[in-house]
Design a protein around this ligand. Structure first.
Ligand SMILES: Cc1cc2nc3c(=O)[nH]c(=O)nc-3n(C[C@H](O)[C@H](O)[C@H](O)COP(=O)(O)OP(=O)(O)OC[C@H]3O[C@@H](n4cnc5c(N)ncnc54)[C@H](O)[C@@H]3O)c2cc1C
Length: 400
């Protein structure tokens, strides 16, 4: 194969990294993936594999596995402090929060890993500490002080990518959107059902409890705040902040507070978009959340990660020169990214009302169904597409 002597290093084994590894291996590249964690990170709630992401999953032969791993969620209920349902959006409703291909992030990561672990070399507990770009190669130093020479480097290591920092410094802008979010897994309780339950508390706080297909329950807690750099605090300090923010929130706040203490994998971060004027520099570049995180509010982070990986691999496969491939990829991808990163006005503030009055507006059936805020919010959840494999981007057939 024409690329068989080209060594590519991918940093990050979540969604974007393994998808890129899958396609690059198919085009004959020699692929290594390094992941900072000691094993795959399998936490998080549901992700949607819709539109172009779904089309690519089909081409990869993993669509059926994704559908089979469905969380079983049947829709979204807005509940009040007493857990009374104020409004419901069933899965088949016009504005579906719950999509047809609803899969836990961890299950998707596992599927992608399973389909690439024999095609690419995975190394866990390893990350890049220095990058030295030459004309014909890029020399990487890792955290264990080892060095290795590659032809290309692609960072796919998420919104807080340190590889991005090594490559571009402060040039890419990390745009905090004023919202903090924590995700974690908790034991299932009698109040949990096949519905996702959304509770809005005064003080711009939202709790979201969702069913999974592993006999547990997925909790998320979000609140509006100015930028406090909470993501840089220790796990213990983060848990303290979360418990303070949850106190007096009502509904199942006590449960969520208790579970935080017992949980070892609370993923807590400020929700931010990444806006980078360049995605490539020399023989290195970035894809997925590292390059253009749109935030989970768009429901499109996974699609962008999968589409970016597919298109970049395809262009690298069909061009001899990486510069030409990077340029062709960026031309296709940038308009799609810009479109998705455009959040509707008022997001996320509309979904996180500050006052009791605001909560009552969001939590009233009439309010929910008629108010334009909720129409805007539910638009974010995406409407039921006629064709589940279509998006505003062309997916060329790059051949074998
Ligand atoms: C633990 C976790 C839970 C999440 N939960 C949700 C959720 O519930 N809902 C949601 O919408 N989105 C969630 N996300 C984000 C979601 O996965 C991404 O928005 C999206 O799927 C794009 O994926 P990505 O592969 O670009 O980046 P990410 O999924 O963020 O993956 C980045 C990967 O790179 C690894 N990594 C980080 N730094 C380095 C480094 N320096 N070197 C090597 N590897 C590194 C990380 O451990 C991770 O495996 C979560 C992400 C993580 C990591």
């Amino acid at each position: 194969m024409k690329h068989s002597n080209k060594k590519v290093l991918i940093s990050g084994a979540s969604i974007a990294g393994p998808t890129l590894a899958f396609w690059l291996a198919k085009y004959g590249f020699d692929v290594t993936v390094v992941e900072r964690s000691k094993s795959l990170r399998l936490g998080g709630q549901n992700l949607d594999v819709r539109g172009a992401g779904r089309a690519i999953a089909r081409m990869m032969g993993i669509e059926k596995e994704i559908l089979a791993a469905n969380t079983g969620e049947i829709g979204l209920q807005f509940v009040n402090r007493e857990n009374k349902v104020e409004a419901a959006f069933p899965r088949d409703g016009a504005d579906g929060f719950t999509s047809e291909a609803e899969i836990l992030r961890g299950d998707l990561v596992n599927i992608l890993y399973k389909h690439t672990k024999d095609k690419a070399k995975y190394v866990f507990g390893k990350y890049i500490t220095a990058i030295d770009q030459g004309k014909d190669t890029v020399t990487i130093t890792f955290n264990d002080d080892s060095t290795e020479v590659f032809d290309l480097l692609i960072a796919a290591d998420g919104v807080r990518s340190t590889t991005r920092q090594l490559l571009f410094g402060d040039e890419p802008k990390v745009k905090f959107i004023g919202l903090y979010n924590a995700w974690y897994t908790i034991p299932k309780k009698a109040t949990d059902s096949k519905w996702a339950r959304w509770y809005t508390a005064p003080g711009s706080r939202v709790m979201l409890i969702r069913p999974d297909n592993h006999g547990t329950t997925r909790a998320s807690f979000s609140f509006l705040s100015e930028d406090k750099n909470y993501q840089n605090l220790s796990d213990g300090e983060q848990k303290k902040i979360l418990k303070e923010k949850l106190s007096d929130a009502g509904w199942e706040a006590d449960r969520l507070m208790e579970e935080i203490d017992k949980n070892e994998d609370v993923y807590f971060d400020g929700i931010s978009q990444i806006h980078a004027p360049r995605w490539f520099s020399g023989r290195a570049g970035m894809i997925g959340d590292a390059a253009y995180c749109p935030t989970p509010l768009t429901g499109m982070g996974t699609t962008l990660a999968i589409v970016g990986a597919y298109l970049l691999a395809g262009e690298l496969g069909r061009h001899d020169q990486h510069e030409a491939a990077f340029a062709a990829y960026e031309k296709r991808m940038r308009p799609f990214v810009e479109d998705i990163q455009r959040l509707p006005p008022g997001v996320p503030w509309l979904a996180h009302p500050k006052s009791k009055f605001g909560v009552s507006v969001v939590n009233t059936v009439a309010g929910i169904l008629a108010s334009s805020p909720v129409k805007k919010i539910s638009k974010l959840f995406g409407s039921k597409e006629k064709d589940v494999t279509k998006d505003k981007i062309e997916l060329p057939d790059f051949g074998k």
